[in-house]
Design a protein around this ligand. Structure first.
Ligand SMILES: NC(=O)c1ccc[n+]([C@@H]2O[C@H](COP(=O)([O-])OP(=O)(O)OC[C@H]3O[C@@H](n4cnc5c(N)ncnc54)[C@H](OP(=O)(O)O)[C@@H]3O)[C@@H](O)[C@H]2O)c1
Length: 270
């Protein structure tokens, strides 16, 4: 994505699973868009048992009439109260994309990912070829892969240009560093999902002290640290309240300096 779209995306998973107030959630997401969230992140899998398209419908309604880009994902859907399937066959991906086009009421989707890539189960090539064909047909503007290893990414990129990668990578977790390095080397945008998880299990005492001294939240500094760690990285925030949405967005403009850099680096060694 060459255009500047901001580096704090807002994910709708947290709005999609638990019983919540839909209109309040819509207002929260719209407040985020009004304050600068230019990318929403959703998926076919962000569903309620009795509302299998809930997460896409919520993002579609929130984005309507705005310039927000919406990333969505297929090949993974909810099949019951505690069960999800995974299938990146060409037939399934095409069918999921057609459904998403209907949900969004658009002829072209902004960004579409294979949600789960598991090389032990299915070759990544078939799903990526299906997405690339849909991009060639004009139905997808950009294609991406999520939950990938470097090996899967290399195989995917040998089939078609990959426009975005989305993996778990958190402030103190440092997951997917090899995948992030691949994205840097290949200039591919990397979206770090669940950027604050795990948080309770991993202490960050120095960053917490800096947050307290600055009068800002630790979470804001953790997101800022992630953004500072790589020029290709954006975070997908899971904030679900207006306060936390706005606080997460503020991470992008939070000043970053040597003292913070040192505090973050020292915390990583704890
Ligand atoms: N591709 C995939 O397989 C995949 C998997 C998981 C997630 N995702 C994407 O990533 C998104 C985020 O995931 P996540 O929900 O695990 O994200 P997260 O941002 O790491 O965690 C969300 C939690 O952090 C809290 N929080 C967020 N910002 C905060 C702030 N500034 N101050 C205080 N607390 C804050 C939220 O609290 P409140 O609820 O109180 O705001 C919520 O409890 C999902 O919505 C989804 O779009 C993708």
């Amino acid at each position: 994505m060459k255009e500047h779209v901001g580096r704090v995306a807002l994910g709708v998973a947290g709005f999609s699973f638990a019983p919540r107030n839909r209109s309040a959630d819509l207002a929260t997401i719209r407040a985020g868009i009004a304050a600068g969230t230019a990318i929403l992140d959703t998926a076919r899998a962000y569903a309620k048992v009795d509302a299998p398209l809930y997460g896409e419908e919520l993002a579609a309604e929130a984005a309507q009439g705005t310039s927000a880009i919406v990333g969505t994902k297929g090949g993974h859907s909810r099949t019951g109260a505690t069960t999800w399937d995974a299938d990146i066959s060409a037939h399934r991906i095409r069918s999921d994309v057609e459904t998403s086009l209907q949900v969004f009421g658009r002829e072209r989707l902004d960004l579409y990912y294979l949600h789960r890539v598991d090389l032990a189960e299915q070759p990544v090539e078939e799903g990526v070829s299906a997405l690339a064909a849909l991009r060639d047909e004009g139905k997808l503007a950009r294609i991406g892969v999520s939950n990938v290893s470097v090996a899967a990414l290399e195989r995917a990129a040998a089939v078609a240009r990959i426009d975005a990668v989305q993996n778990h990578h958190s402030a103190m977790g440092r997951e997917s560093l090899d995948v992030l390095a691949w994205c840097e080397a290949n200039e591919v945008p990397f979206f770090a999902y669940s950027p604050l998880r795990p948080s309770a299990a991993v202490p960050s005492p120095r960053l917490a002290a800096m947050a307290s001294a600055r009068g800002v939240s630790l979470q804001r500094l953790q997101l800022r640290a992630l953004l500072a760690s790589s020029p290709v990285l954006s975070v997908v925030s899971g904030a679900t309240r207006p306060e936390t949405v706005l606080d997460s967005l503020a991470a992008e403009s939070e000043p970053w300096d040597e003292a913070l850099e040192e505090a973050y680096a020292a915390d990583l060694k704890v």
